[in-house]
Design a protein around this ligand. Structure first.
Ligand code: GLP
Length: 266
């Protein structure tokens, strides 16, 4: 795991966009794992802008989203499919046939989950998985106690997650209590991952996920086990970390970050 602390949320989104762009330019048919949530909106704005102004080409890319609410059809404005169309897919040149989210209204939800896993494998696995973090420490909707080897499945959301996300619904009562989510094990199999978190309200959970013990109570802590996870933060979200000097040191000295140093040195 590596931690990069940017000066502000805008730079954190911009660095995340740079890393996605680098992989996409090297592998135009990359498989990109996508996340939803307010944090991702700035990043998707940047990717859309790079497509519109600099011709960043998504025409061969394939995407798999982490999760979808159970009971919301794609057309529901609160579905994650609608979120993805609005914030990204309708603004870039991706072929929507190559954009996958779990179907939250499938008749047989367990079969849907198994088919989602199989499809990820059919596409050769995920090259780069983007992650946010919920205040319960979830990645995707892997709520506390999610097995570290879990696969795509149905999960009941915690009251904390419902409190965090229900204000996004016109009628907060309409927020589903369950979702389909990729498992922690599914996420851990991605080749590379970026966990993007910004804002003071994420500082406590980021400190636990990054510097605390790996535990099923905080699914994001499982990213300590991932082969190549880059945690990208703004200063606010990094505020409760103990070892920030060390993270800055790595960013200043690791050759991989040389091309980004001048732009993002905090
Ligand atoms: C939802 C998603 C998560 C995301 C989280 C963070 O719960 N299922 O994948 O990480 O939102 O949301 P926000 O960025 O709004 O804090």
């Amino acid at each position: 795991m590596e931690v990069i602390i940017c000066r502000n949320a805008d730079e954190a989104a911009s660095l995340s966009a740079d890393l996605i762009e680098d992989v996409l330019r090297q592998k135009p048919n990359m498989t990109l794992g996508l996340a939803t949530g307010r944090t991702m909106e700035d990043l998707y704005d940047k990717l859309a802008e790079r497509h519109q102004k600099a011709g960043l080409d998504f025409s061969l890319a394939v995407t798999f989203n982490l999760d979808e609410y159970i009971g919301l059809p794609a057309e529901d404005p609160n579905s994650y499919r609608a979120y993805m169309n609005r914030h990204l897919f309708d603004r870039i040149n991706i072929d929507k046939c190559n954009t996958f989210l779990p179907n939250g209204v499938a008749e047989d939800l367990d079969a849907e989950c198994a088919a989602y896993e199989a499809r990820i494998l059919d596409y050769g696995g995920i090259d780069l998985q983007l992650l946010g973090i919920g205040r319960t420490g979830h990645i995707g909707f892997n709520e506390p106690l999610s097995a570290l080897q879990s696969r795509t499945r149905c999960k009941t959301l915690t009251p904390g997650t419902i409190a965090q996300n229900s204000p996004l619904f016109d009628n907060p009562e309409d927020m589903p209590r369950r979702a389909i989510t990729m498992g922690v094990g599914t996420i851990l199999e991605s080749q590379r991952s970026i966990l993007l978190a910004t804002g003071t309200e994420k500082a406590d959970i980021i400190a636990k996920a990054v510097e605390g013990p790996m535990t099923a109570m905080i699914s994001a802590s499982a990213m300590q086990w991932h082969q190549k996870c880059t945690v990208i933060l703004d200063e606010a979200a990094s505020a409760k970390l103990e070892h920030t000097d060390y993270y800055h040191w790595i960013f200043q000295n690791e050759p991989e970050w040389e091309p980004y140093r001048a732009k993002y040195s905090a």
